[in-house]
Design a protein around this ligand. Sequence first.
Ligand SMILES: CC(C)(COP(=O)(O)OP(=O)(O)OC[C@H]1O[C@@H](n2cnc3c(N)ncnc32)[C@H](O)[C@@H]1OP(=O)(O)O)[C@@H](O)C(=O)NCCC(=O)NCCS
Length: 198
Amino acid sequence: MQPLEERIRSEARVPPDNSIKKDALETERLILRPLNADDFEAVHAWASDPENTRYMAWGPNDEAQTKGFLSAARPGKDFAVVLKATGEVVGSCGLYPDAALDTGELGWILRKAHWKRGYGTELGAELIRYGFEDLKLRRITAPCAAVNYGSFRVMERNGMRREALHIKAFWARADKIWIDEAVYAILAEEYREHTRKG
Ligand SMILES: CC(C)(COP(=O)(O)OP(=O)(O)OC[C@H]1O[C@@H](n2cnc3c(N)ncnc32)[C@H](O)[C@@H]1OP(=O)(O)O)[C@@H](O)C(=O)NCCC(=O)NCCS
């Protein structure tokens, strides 16, 4: 009997090392490239802001925490979000694959001053494309505080559907209360259908 991980792997289409991992991605208005230590000032601006991190599972950060995040950031998984027009680093995002299950989990944060300009929707679309077309994932998911409209709309706009609502599962650190957490997901076949429809 093959071990479960090997069995899943042999039935899947994905190369075992996700070998088509890319360090940099591009959208109409954004470059997604590896984060590095020089991004400290930009990243700390949002990571230390309680409003900006209100519905994150971390933050607001002190300097050491932001430096720790930057030194743990990995090319192909964590990306700086850079505006093509100005070169400004306005956010970070990531796709974290679980090779054993051929799945990936999304995450994103943009500096407050840049919300509601469609950048979230744009980078979300590219991370999902990267996950399915380059990494050949089978399923992409993301949890978010159920009240985090901006985040779940980015997912809905990109064809993800709400598939679970966990009651009082998310600790809203700034508000010091337990709130509901929604889980969104999209399968490779749903992605193909979504992109076919445009
Ligand atoms: C989530 C986030 C990345 C969305 O990025 P964005 O560039 O503002 O999103 P878009 O401009 O593509 O907008 C998508 C939708 O969300 C709405 N929206 C975005 N930010 C919002 C906010 N802070 N409050 C209310 N609505 C918001 C937009 O109006 C739009 O709504 P619509 O679909 O009804 O037209 C951004 O709000 C953010 O960085 N939030 C803080 C960090 C965070 O919570 N990350 C997610 C953790 S799960």
